[in-house]
Design a protein around this ligand. Structure first.
Ligand SMILES: CSC[C@H]1O[C@H](OP(=O)(O)O)[C@H](O)[C@@H]1O
Ligand SMILES: Nc1ncnc2[nH]cnc12
Length: 284
């Protein structure tokens, strides 16, 4: 057992958190290039926290151009043990209304223009994504969100679309038929890369709109997303503080900490030394 280092990936509308003591923005370089921004490190109670605004401060980087690999690598370099992602999303179901928070437990990946793996060229890995979210972190996050005053749903399927345009009505209806509950543009490949990096990952989705499937409802626009985000931001910040303060003093190991033990298939003799070097922060 060891200590927790809580990583927080802040989505649209969440570009800093003010509850960190001894807070510093730290510049990190990675073998995959630059992360979205400097990372804000500090502590909440006894827990070290590392926050990264996913789109950068000022929201300068769109979902297709984020360097997802660098963002995860930077978290690993700063010692993050568990990664909580917070995202603005659309709802594809009557069950989830704007203002609600959803602890996601499944994904459908419809993105197609992103680097999705750390592995491939001389070191092949196939990690399981059957259960893509860490149940321990997700439950802690849902409890922390409830304590922050949010209406919280545990369980929901997030469809990751490429964007940056929002969906057509036909797409929105199709995704509903597929059983998706939530739509967003960033959780993939983030969740896949977190799993490859052996980082337990959870996602709290903050519903900002009903996308464009609902009759008598204006289709989603950035303006309505931002307005909803502003009213959610305080709860999101309080969620972060609550989860950090609720972590047990010692962190029990998670099976996700060691998924690569079963996932690497390339014969040691055939492994590419250059890729191994590039992977040093990921492999540990
Ligand atoms: C500003 S609306 C679309 C934008 O918001 C979401 O970002 P994030 O997941 O980082 O909160 C969505 O995925 C899009 O990138
Ligand atoms: N309707 C929507 N589609 C995709 N991403 C979103 N982020 C917030 N609302 C969204």
């Amino acid at each position: 057992m060891a200590g927790w280092v809580l990583g927080i990936m802040g989505g649209s509308g969440l570009y800093a958190i003010d509850s960190l003591s001894d807070a510093h923005w730290v510049s990190v370089d990675t073998p995959w290039g630059k992360p979205s921004d400097e990372l804000l490190t500090g502590t909440i109670g006894a827990v070290k926290c590392v926050f990264l605004p996913r789109h950068g401060r000022g929201h300068a980087i769109g979902p297709s151009h984020l360097n997802y690999r660098a963002n995860i690598d930077a978290m690993k370099q700063l010692g993050v043990t568990d990664l909580l992602s917070i995202s603005a999303v659309g709802s594809l179901t009557e069950k989830f209304a704007p203002g609600d928070f959803v602890a996601i437990d499944q994904f459908i990946d419809r993105t197609f223009a992103r680097e999705k793996s750390f592995f491939g060229d001389g070191l092949v890995a196939h990690v399981s994504m059957a259960d893509p979210v860490c149940p321990r972190l997700s439950t802690l996050a849902a409890t922390a969100a409830r304590a922050a005053g949010a209406r919280v749903h545990e369980g929901g399927t997030y469809l990751a679309m490429e964007g940056p345009q929002f969906s057509s009505r036909a797409e929105s209806h199709l995704y509903r038929q597929w059983g998706a509950d939530i739509i967003g543009m960033t959780a993939m490949p983030e969740a896949k890369l977190a799993r490859e990096a052996q980082l337990p990952y959870a996602l709290i989705a903050m519903v900002t709109d009903y996308d464009c499937w609902r009759e008598n409802e204006a289709p989603v626009e950035v303006e309505s997303v931002i307005a909803q985000m502003h009213s959610n931001a305080e709860k999101a910040r309080s969620l972060v503080e609550n989860i950090a303060r609720s972590l047990p003093a010692q962190r029990e190991v998670s099976p996700i900490d060691t998924v690569l033990e079963y996932a690497l298939i390339t014969d040691p003799a055939a492994r590419n030394p250059a890729l191994l070097e590039k992977l040093k922060n990921i492999l540990g």
